[in-house]
Design a protein around this ligand. Structure first.
Ligand code: FAD
Ligand code: SF4
Ligand code: SF4
Length: 1020
């Protein structure tokens, strides 16, 4: 039995008192003090980890004013605050021991749009892609780009002055800020925008906080203007935090205080709202993918592309390309970056042209093509081929691949992981190739591996050398290399931080600014935040403050991870390998990635949150001297004895009385998981939450009793076949209000699905019966037509019509289908963490399927969530004992078969199961191919999770989220196209549509069968 974990870092009494006062004062947002909530924001994508004092999540600007004003009270004067957005920083920008003020959950409002004047006003927690999705139908976009666009917030972008692909044309975030609304540390609201210098001078006369700010910034930037111009390299990626240069425009007639806040990393103010310029979307785009024999060739050739008037030029090396090839994303881009026969592609330049009309870019593209052809004929630039695409969707997909590349780099085998710490250097583009050669030599001299890509047009290089932060020696190496890269960038006239801001690299600030200008930064900090209370230690400290700056030697995640024994780390590698890049916070409703994160907007309920909690849980278990792996072994061997049961009851009582155990916090996060496995397929590191969640549940319940519903769910494969025999009375009972209410109150189960009437047996009789001896006696020729249908508990007992239809379809197509006897699959047991029982079920099923497989005929299953268990969870649980049989999904097999021509004037819409399409990215394409083969039209509709996910949608505590998830992406297409046009592959999804809309959509196979029947009726 696992022990109780009660020794977590508790809340500071002053923080507690402050938060109580905040709540009493009418703070409308959320206040979170649990260890889990604090842990969830203790990391970002960097190597650092820092537990904050608490987390508050304001609802609006008034909340920010309230929390800062209250903090002026003398008893709270010691408290400090750090703003946080998406938490996607690469250098610990939002990590802190202070109180985290997270604007990303509630402050997501798009407030005002003025198309005529081309601006939009938003709250700071708006996500960049959310804004662009809103602007797209209007023909506009917010131009500065960044790889984390589906989770990074506008507040975060402003405070790191983010930019990315296309920055030569589109600039940095600060270039698009028209006006900011910010809350200062004393509660004053600051509205800043560009204004004539005279007006700023007038404001500087005020004898108040605002007057002091204007006065100081005017003085620092004006008095040192020449030094500022001389010190900062003239780069597209100019020096951020604090941007002394651009406070004035070139002729010094205009002054803009917002420029100082842009890139200030939350160290000057809370940005609550921003008015931003918007840019018309170019109507026509062309992407030329130029392929090279080496990365160096690609780099050396890039300036030529820039000179060829491209909108942007991006470069990736072979390592990044190869990682992309192994990822789900490659399926969408492979046709546009095809291999060149007989050549090895080791570098790629992605050259983009934008125009209002095709003819505006035709000449530029023709000239580039001529150049490329010429170079290829001469064989002098290492170009091995190129491909053009004008398809906007394809271009977006290729950039999505590039954006995912950073995450993919983290997916390295072994203890050394690619790490950000010198990952965004910027040098003048003409120096880039030489700079990179020297950079490579530096990394090679330490024998490190790394992948590289970059915005070559802006001279920005992305590189993440692989180090193991659990090894103290390699931690020292991080410092050594950082110092050397600082020197190298200086040598090439560049910057250490060309894109991601400073964070823990703030200690290098004085080296880049020089003593005089750094002193000015400190004066500005003192004017905004004299007591160093905002994101302390970042960028600089106030003049005369003795507080330290953060340093690259700050506390790393490795410090905690190395406390977990190596065997445990290896065994739970999925949670250990999460690198915090936040891709799983993807806000997009149509993306399958983490429904629980999307619907709760709670970081604990994301794959990253769960992975982080799991790591800490393992560490605390180790601290208590618990061998987690040995406990698991034990639990797999024997069931709970009577003494343990009694102990569990005692523990349950203690829990009810409020006895603290960190395991409850972890359990809470795990319970919110739908076990949809989208993370396992879509996370670049393949963090597989359901796999470690099942293990956690098993261990947790060795201490605490299970709820009744767990037994109900886990035994469904045993109970359903029995109940199916008395389906009518069971259904009658389930439909009684009293029974439904009792089930809800006792088991916590709602909207129980009804068993199929007539049952499968009644529908098909003995027609497709399995008779092993008879099958073994079949001739080789007869076996050719044989197809086995593997049953699953959901379709067989709750959707018998579908199983019968599948058999009929196979029969109509000329095959000899045989229905295998029902063998429990174990998925429900696995989901609820009954791993011992699951291993037994998997062994029995595997032995049977192995035997059937010897007959040499294909074995097909209908529901992806069950079929995929044979491929993943069975392998993990049984190892080689699983055997080597294969159960395919119907479409995986059908796509290889000939189909007769069919007719329909419907344009069918496919809504595929999220588990299926994330594990098998070719699913939608395969169904499209099947329909096309039959002469039918089928298009895939992008949808996320339907909100059902097995039994999740039936559990009482999930009702609100289940319905909200359905509304996010399913409701609209289902209502728009109707049950006739919509085809749905998942059992859960069909059940959810039935529950929400009252009609059950068809599985694609049922549509095929229907049309086949119509076709043969016509023919006869
Ligand atoms: C895989 C990966 C790829 C990346 N690619 C790019 C890229 O292409 N270009 C790029 O520029 N960056 C990139 N980044 C870095 C990061 O995504 C950006 O810095 C982004 O702008 C941070 O936004 P966020 O909402 O996550 O902010 P956070 O990380 O939460 O915060 C960043 C900083 O802003 C401050 N802050 C946040 N919100 C506010 C607010 N409302 N008021 C005051 N201060 C605030 C925080 O205190 C912190 O100092 C990448 C990061 C990762 C992990
Ligand atoms: S779970 Fe995956 S996607 Fe999420 S932060 Fe971790 S590595 Fe990134
Ligand atoms: S299984 Fe689904 S709900 Fe659970 S963490 Fe992964 S993506 Fe989120």
């Amino acid at each position: 039995m696992i022990p109780k974990l009660s020794t977590v870092e508790s809340l500071d009494p002053t923080v507690r008192a402050y938060l109580e006062a905040l709540s009493t004062a009418g703070f409308a947002g959320d206040i979170e003090t649990s260890y889990a909530s604090r842990l969830a924001v203790s990391t970002d994508n960097s190597v650092y980890q820092q537990l904050p004092a608490a987390v508050v999540l304001p609802k609006h600007q008034a909340d920010l004013v309230l929390l800062t004003s209250l903090a002026q009270t003398s008893s709270f004067a010691s408290l400090k605050f750090t703003p946080r957005g998406g938490g996607t920083g690469t250098n610990g920008q939002a990590l802190t021991s202070a109180i985290v003020v997270d604007l990303s959950r509630h402050m997501r409002g798009i407030l005002e749009l003025n198309l005529e004047e081309r601006w939009v006003r938003v709250e700071a927690g708006v996500i960049k892609d959310q804004l662009n999705a809103y602007l797209k139908p209007k023909g506009f976009f917010f131009a500065p780009d960044l790889s984390t666009s589906n989770r990074a917030t506008i507040g975060g972008m402003i405070n790191t002055d983010a930019s990315g692909q296309g920055s030569l044309v589109y600039g940095k975030t600060s270039d698009h800020v028209l006006e900011l609304s910010s809350v200062l540390v004393d509660g004053t609201v600051l509205h800043s925008k560009a204004m004539p210098v005279a007006e700023a001078e007038q404001l500087a006369q005020q004898q108040n906080q605002l007057g002091r700010l204007y006065h100081q910034v005017l003085a620092s930037c004006r008095e040192h203007r020449q030094l500022i111009l001389d010190t900062f390299p003239r780069l597209n990626r100019f020096l951020t935090g604090y941007d002394l240069e651009h406070v004035f425009n070139d002729d010094l007639s205009q002054f803009d205080l917002s420029r100082i806040i842009c890139g200030s990393e939350g160290s000057l103010a809370f940005v609550s709202e921003a008015r931003l310029t918007i840019t018309p979307i170019a109507k026509f785009k062309c992407l030329v993918n130029v392929k090279y024999d080496s990365f160096e060739s690609a780099l050396r050739n890039a300036p030529l592309m820039v000179a060829a008037n491209a909108t942007s030029v991006e470069t990736v090396d072979s390592k990044v390309l190869n990682l992309a090839r192994a990822d789900i994303i490659w399926h969408q881009v492979k046709d546009f970056i095809q291999d060149v026969p007989g050549k090895e592609m080791l570098g790629l330049n992605m050259v983009e042209y934008n125009a209002e009309a095709p003819e505006d870019m035709a000449e530029k593209i023709r000239a580039l093509e001529q150049q490329l052809q010429h170079s290829m004929e001469q064989g002098n630039a290492g170009i091995i081929g190129y491909q053009l695409t004008y398809d906007n969707d394809a271009i977006s997909q290729i950039y999505a691949m590039r954006k995912k590349a950073v995450g993919l780099l983290g997916n390295a085998q072994g203890a050394q992981k690619p790490l950000p710490f010198a990952e965004d250097t910027a040098v003048p583009p003409e120096n880039l190739a030489d700079f990179i050669l020297e950079f490579r030599a530096l990394l090679d001299s330490y024998g490190l591996s790394y992948g590289m890509f970059g915005h070559v047009d802006a001279g920005v290089l992305h590189v993440r050398p692989a180090l193991d932060m659990c090894d103290p020696e390699q931690e020292k190496l991080l410092r050594t290399i950082s110092d050397q890269v600082v020197a190298l960038t200086a040598k090439y006239g560049g910057l250490m931080w060309g894109e991601h801001g400073k964070g823990y690299r703030s200690e290098y600030g004085p080296a880049f600014f020089g003593p005089v200008l750094f002193n000015e930064l400190r004066k500005i900090k003192a004017a905004f935040d004299p007591q160093n209370r905002l994101n302390p230690g970042k960028i600089c400290t106030p003049l005369h403050s003795d507080d330290p700056l953060v340093s690259v030697d700050g506390q790393k995640r490795g410090h905690f991870d190395r406390q977990i024994p190596v065997q445990v780390k290896d065994s739970f590698d999925s949670s250990l390998n999460c690198n915090g890049n936040g891709l799983c916070f993807n806000y997009e409703a149509q993306s399958p990635m983490c429904p629980s994160s999307k619907v709760t907007k709670d970081r604990r309920h994301s794959p990253k949150g769960r992975a982080g909690l799991m790591r800490e849980w393992l560490r605390l278990m180790q601290q208590q001297g618990v061998d987690v792996l040995a406990q698991e072994e034990e639990l797999l061997k024997k069931s709970t004895g009577l003494t343990a049961m009694l102990q569990k009851l005692n523990n349950y009582r203690a829990k009810k009385q409020g006895d603290y155990d960190f395991s409850h916090e972890v359990m809470d996060a795990m319970e919110g998981c739908l076990a949809c496995k989208a993370c396992a397929g879509q996370c670049p590191i393949k963090v597989d939450v359901p796999s470690f969640r099942a293990r956690f549940l098993q261990l947790y319940h060795s201490r605490y009793p299970r709820p009744l519903k767990d037994y109900l769910v886990a035994s469904i494969e045993q109970s359903a076949p029995v109940l199916a025999r008395i389906a009518r009375p069971v259904n009658w009972l389930l439909q009684r209000k009293l029974v439904a209410k009792t089930l809800e109150a006792t088991v916590g189960y709602v909207d129980s699905p009804l068993l199929s009437v007539p049952s499968l047996k009644q529908r098909i009789g003995d027609q497709y019966r399995f008779d092993l001896a008879a099958l073994q006696a079949l001739s080789a020729e007869a076996r050719q037509q044989l197809v086995f249908l593997v049953q699953d508990p959901f379709t067989s007992f709750y959707e018998a019509d579908l199983v019968a239809d599948a058999l009929r379809l196979l029969h109509t197509l000329g095959f000899n289908p045989v229905l295998l006897p029902f063998k429990p699959n174990g998925k429900p047991q696995h989901v609820k963490g009954f791993l011992r029982e699951f291993a037994t079920t998997a062994t029995t099923a595997s032995e049977f399927l192995q035997q059937v497989s010897a007959l040499g005929a294909p074995m097909l299953g209908l529901d992806a969530s069950l079929v995929l268990v044979y491929r993943d969870e069975y392998v993990k649980a049984l190892g080689p004992a699983r055997g080597d049989y294969q159960v395919k999904l119907l479409h995986e097999w059908l796509v290889e078969q000939p189909l007769p021509p069919l007719q329909s004037n419907q344009q069918f819409k496919l809504l595929a199961h999220c588990t299926e399409k994330t594990a098998l990215p070719a699913t939608e394409k395969a169904w499209q191919q099947i329909f096309t083969k039959a002469g039918l039209e089928l298009s895939a509709v992008a949808v996320g999770c339907c909100g059902m996910a097995g039994t999740y949608g039936h559990e009482k505590q999930n009702q609100q989220n289940s319905r909200a998830l359905y509304q996010l992406s399913w409701q609209k297409p289902v209502q728009q196209f109707g049950a006739e046009q919509v085809l749905v592959t998942g059992f859960s999804c069909r059940s959810q549509v039935k529950r929400m809309e009252g009609v059950k959509p068809k599985h694609p196979l049922q549509q095929l069968l229907l049309l086949l029947a119509q076709s043969s009726a016509k023919a006869s």
